[in-house]
Design a protein around this ligand. Structure first.
Ligand code: HEC
Length: 475
């Protein structure tokens, strides 16, 4: 069921989503205009003005971008090869890449957040022996940028992120050289010590806890479950930091806390809960009721601290904790808990502003079909700061790109070149973006629909898709 309420313009201007172009990713977009902009897609506040954008042309641009980033990946693989050869050629022991001196520092900084005892990854990389056994596959997966997992491009062509999981080309080359040299240990006595697991919040004000464990449905490969959780507060507050404690890291693939928009929406969620057997209720792409996210989390991260001076408004009403269980390792019972640090007030209230293509239409049977929508604001944004992005698609998603038209130029907000539904995350810009003067957004999503025989549209179900970016903004 389409939840139009997902998009509410809080940028002080109504957005109108008109002119839907759909094409197969070829750079020259004639843009078959499937499903023209319906007024239903316009947010309810402030009417539905706005100008239709040239979406065919924009779709063409995004095809070109995909090509460019493929080229970049090729280059970095080439560099890894070249440096690996260089390092091996240098010969002498002093130049040899070793675990103790070169590899352990990278692995301890970039990998053991997940690859450690009790972590989400299937094996740990917490010492020489384990890493040496995997040296070849490490070299391969790092060169392909499949590990560490980061669906968002951090090369600098469209922003860089403070919480990026991103190896430099030199680090990738170091892994390649180490594998090529037969994974030498070096002087293990001089290897760095394994860093302690990430510390938690320095203060816990609110604990969101379903109360009992939930055993995922073992007839599914993925179980998506929404639990009602009570923040137990009486006054409004602001979330300034959060930490998610998976009950059993082997099954918890991501967690999102949604705040129902109104008390009634909260009651509607309780009704959904009551209508289904067992703890919680089934939900996939969202919470099932009109709601905004306040916590967006995927494993491997530690405490998430909202940008200094900002926080998310928290009302005294029940929240919805959505957990994605991946049951590849087994259907282990889980009781995931979310801890919040709150303040009674903050200097600048922040919020997650959704930018979405609610009328997306993806034709079936395509290896990559890119849908593009131009979202025009009635009135340009007067003043706003964007601190980070959380892109969201479902399992057919491959690519996503969001640009903002600032004055007469385009500012890339996020470029996803390898979407993976398993890694739902908030990505924080190294440098927050000023969004003063934004008049238009262009949002493109690419899907692999080769296994489908029916047109795919927006929806919360596992077979529906989304094309959505949450921007964390202050006004
Ligand atoms: C955010 C968590 C996370 C981080 C960080 C991470 N990994 Fe992984 N890794 C995983 C998960 C989970 C898997 C299992 C496959 C999957 O789900 O993609 C995996 C799988 C792997 C595999 C494949 C095992 C196989 O046999 O296919 C290798 C090799 C690997 N990781 C190496 C690394 C290296 C090297 C780093 C750091 C440079 C790293 N990973 C960082 C989560 C992580």
């Amino acid at each position: 069921m389409v939840r139009r309420a997902v998009v509410v313009s809080v940028l002080g201007a109504a957005t109108a989503m008109l002119g839907c172009g759909t094409e197969t990713g070829a750079p020259s977009g004639t843009g078959a205009s499937a499903g023209s902009g319906s007024t239903g897609s316009a947010p309810s506040t402030g009417g539905s003005g706005g100008t239709a954008g040239e979406s065919g042309g924009t779709a063409g641009t995004s095809g070109g971008t995909a090509g460019t980033s493929g080229g970049t990946a090729g280059t970095s693989a080439g560099m890894a090869g070249a440096s690996a050869a260089g390092a091996a050629g240098a010969g002498g022991d002093t130049n040899q890449v070793t675990w103790a001196e070169h590899i352990a520092p990278i692995v301890y900084a970039e990998c053991v957040g997940c690859h450690r005892e009790g972590g989400i990854a299937p094996f740990s990389l917490t010492g020489y022996d384990a890493a040496a056994r995997a040296a070849d596959v490490i070299a391969e997966l790092t060169a392909a940028r499949e590990m560490p997992p980061m669906p968002v491009d951090n090369s600098g062509s469209c922003n860089t992120y403070s919480n990026a999981r991103w190896l430099t080309d030199a680090e990738i080359a170091t892994f390649a050289a180490w594998a090529a040299a037969g994974a030498p240990p070096g002087d293990l006595a001089r290897a760095p010590a394994l860093p302690a697991a990430a510390a938690g919040l320095d203060r816990i004000d609110v604990t969101l806890d379903p109360g009992v464990a939930y055993t995922p449905n073992d007839t599914l490969s993925d179980d998506y479950r929404c639990f009602l959780v009570d923040p137990g507060i009486e006054e409004n507050a602001y979330v300034v930091a959060y930490d998610v404690i998976p009950g059993d890291a082997r099954v918890v693939h991501h967690a999102i806390v949604y705040q129902p928009k109104t008390d009634e929406d909260s009651l509607e969620a309780e009704a959904l809960d009551a209508a289904e057997e067992g703890l919680g209720y089934t939900c996939f792409g969202a919470s099932g009721v009109p709601a905004d996210p306040i916590v967006i989390w995927a494993p491997g991260g530690s405490v998430v601290t909202m940008p200094a001076g900002t926080g998310l408004a928290l009302a005294p009403r029940k929240l919805i904790l959505q957990v994605h269980y991946n049951l590849e390792a087994g259907a282990f019972p889980d009781r995931t808990v979310v801890r919040l640090k709150t303040e009674p007030t903050v200097g600048l209230p922040g919020l997650y502003q959704p930018i979405a293509d609610l009328d997306l239409m993806a034709l079936p049977g395509q290896d990559l079909i890119v849908t593009t929508r131009t979202i025009t604001l009635d009135t340009p944004v007067v003043s706003a700061t964007v601190y980070g992005v959380a892109p969201h698609m479902h399992t057919l998603g491959k690519t996503l790109r969001l640009d903002a038209r600032v004055g007469s130029r385009d500012q890339c907000l996020v470029d996803v070149d390898r979407w993976d539904f398993h890694w739902q995350n908030m990505w924080w810009y190294d440098t927050p973006l000023r969004a003063a003067g934004v008049s238009e957004f262009t949002l493109s999503c690419g899907y692999d629909t080769s296994d489908r025989s029916e047109v795919i549209t927006w929806g919360e179900g596992t077979r529906d898709e989304m094309c959505l970016v949450y921007l964390y903004v202050t006004l």
